[in-house]
Design a protein around this ligand. Sequence first.
Ligand code: PBG
Length: 327
Amino acid sequence: MSFPQHRPRRLRQSPAVRRLARETHLVPSQLVLPLFVREGITEPAPISSMPGVHQHTLDSLRAAAVDAADAGLGGVMLFGVPAVRDAVGSGADDPRGILNVATEALVAEVGDALVVQTDLCLDEFTDHGHCGVLDARGAVDNDATLERYAAMALAQARAGSAMLGLSGMMDGQVAHVRAALDAEGFTDTMLLAYSAKYAGAFYGPFREAVDSQLTGDRRTYQLDPGNGREGVREALLDVDEGADVVMVKPALPYLDVLADVCAAVDAPVWAYQVSGEYAMVEAAAANGWIDRRRAIEESLLSIRRAGADAILTYWAAEAARWLRADL
Ligand code: PBG
C-alpha cells in the first residue's frame, strides 16, 4: 500500500491545530461601522431592505457610536440624510447641515476612542441624487463638483471629522480636497479615497438608507464591473494625489481587484462590504437558507484574506462582539 506523501489534513485535525495554523485574522479594530443620521426625526427609522440598520436621530446616533466604541471598533463612517435637498447639495457644506452637526456631536462623544469618518459626496444632498452637480445638459460636471467637494471638506474638517471618505469618483478629487484642506491648516485631516468604486447593483438598499431619488445611474463616474486594471490605476492615481488610505467597493464581488490593489500600492487598503452584500445574507438567513453568523464571518475573513487592512461593514459591532467572545 502506498501512502500519500503529502497530508495537508494534518493541519486541520483539531480546533487547536486549526487555530494555530490559520493564516488570516480579524480583530475588532479592523472594523468600521457605517452610520446614518436623519434630520428631523424623533425616533430611529428602520431601513426595510437592511434589517437591523436604522436611520438615527442625533440621540440614537450617539448611543450607537458609544456602543461601537465599547465593541472595540476602529471607527465609524457617518452619512447624513437631510430634510431638504437642492440641485447643488447646499446642506453638505452648511455648518448647520445634519452631517456636520452630527459629526460635531460624535467627535465630542467618542472622538478619542474611535476614528470618526464622514462620507464626502453630494448624492445624499442633491435633489437629483447624483454625486456631483450637473451641467446644462444634465451631465455630472467633474470640475464644478470639485469646488463643491472642497467646500464640503472644509465644513467636515471644521466639524471635527478625522477622516474624509471621498466616495464621489470625480477625477482629481483627492488632490483638490487635499489642497483645500492644507490651505486652511487642516494638514492632519486624513483622506480615505474610494478609489476603485464600481457602478453596480449592490448599492440598492443604500438608496433607501439615504432616501436617494436617483434617476439614471452612475456609470459615467463609477467603474465598469468588467474592469480590474482600471481599478488598480485609480488607486495608484489616488495615492499619488495624496490619499492616506485607498478603498475597493463593493467587497465580495471585487476580491480580485482588492488583491491586485494591495499588490500595487504601498498605502493601507480598505474594503467596503456594501448594503447589497448585507441585504443578501440577511435575506437568505431570514429564510433559513444560510447560517447567518458563519456566512458573515466567512465573508469578512475572505475580505481580509484578499488583503484588506480594514473593512467597512454594517455588521461591525456585532462581529466585533463575536470576535471578543471567541478569544
Ligand atoms: C456615496 C456612497 C454610496 C455608498 C457609500 N457612499 C452610494 C453610491 O455610490 O451609490 C454605498 C454604500 C452601500 O451601498 O452600503 N455617497
